[in-house]
Design a protein. Structure first.
Length: 262
């Protein structure tokens, strides 16, 4: 079963959009700052997993609760979310902002996690590494900067920069600014607690990521015990969109290797 359903779920008096499809071990996918959508890579993963893809509080059609101030709030929200759904042995996957949320969640409590995958994650600061600032460029330029393959960037621009999506895009930008404006895209206290992550961890990174260049992958790897980094060539900030087959292959191979080792 790979078709998905879209419903709503109330957690802590906050109603969020919830997309879910497939069967198997639970795989919780936390989206980036551009918002959530059911992507082809999730359809592929739903052939082997129960894929759960919520829309973050403050993003898309989900509520914006009064308590939403920091990424820490979302980490605690998703701990409550996992407990409310009674999910166990969860494969937690986060991309960009979602990777930051996933890491903050994991340093707090891994008791219901089976693994952690961070993809081109925000959350750390690496001094001296040149990077773009997505708050200081147009929507079109930001999308172009996220891709190595500019033909795929053009397709994304045509698909999402449309009048009917303007309100949602603005809501997502406001939520992202609230969470990551200052300090920019990181938590200065996160790095010192990453040693607490005690589940198998995979880092998937685009070799040509301009937002969080590959030096960030090595920074995460140095701080999370036993973590594995995979660098995808000719790929920018969004491997799950630009290189979906490679992303799915790396993730499923990683999880399969865990099962064989168990």
């Amino acid at each position: 079963m790979s078709d998905h359903t879209t419903t709503t779920l109330a957690v802590r008096d906050c109603t969020i959009t919830l997309m879910r499809g497939g069967c198997g071990a639970p795989l919780l996918f936390l989206h980036g700052a551009s918002g959530g959508a059911w992507l082809p890579c999730l359809t592929s993963l739903a052939q082997d997993f129960d894929v759960i893809a919520p829309g973050h509080p403050g993003f898309g059609t989900s509520d914006t609760p009064d308590w939403l101030d920091t990424v820490h709030d979302l980490a605690y929200f998703y701990l409550d979310f996992i407990r409310q759904l009674d999910l166990r042995n969860v494969h937690l996957v986060g991309v960009s902002l979602g990777g930051w949320i996933a890491a903050e969640l994991a340093v707090r409590d891994t008791s219901r996690l089976a693994s952690l995958t961070l993809m081109d994650a925000a959350g750390l600061h690496v001094p001296g590494v040149k990077r773009i600032d997505p708050f200081l460029c147009s929507d079109e330029q930001r999308i172009r900067d996220f891709f190595h393959d500019q033909a795929k960037a053009e397709a994304m621009i045509a698909r999402i920069l449309t009048p009917e999506l303007e309100d949602v895009a603005m809501k997502n930008r406001i939520a992202t600014a609230r969470l990551s404006w200052q300090p920019r895209n990181h938590d200065p206290h996160l790095a010192k607690w990453l040693h607490r992550i005690d589940v198998p961890t995979l880092l998937i990174w685009g070799a040509d990521d301009k937002l969080f260049p590959v030096e960030y992958a090595w920074a995460w790897q140095q701080r999370i015990p036993g973590s594995k980094a995979v660098i995808l060539p000719e790929c920018g900030h969004v491997p799950h969109i630009e290189k979906p087959a490679a992303f799915v292959s790396e993730l499923t191979t990683f999880i399969d290797s865990m099962r064989k080792a168990a």
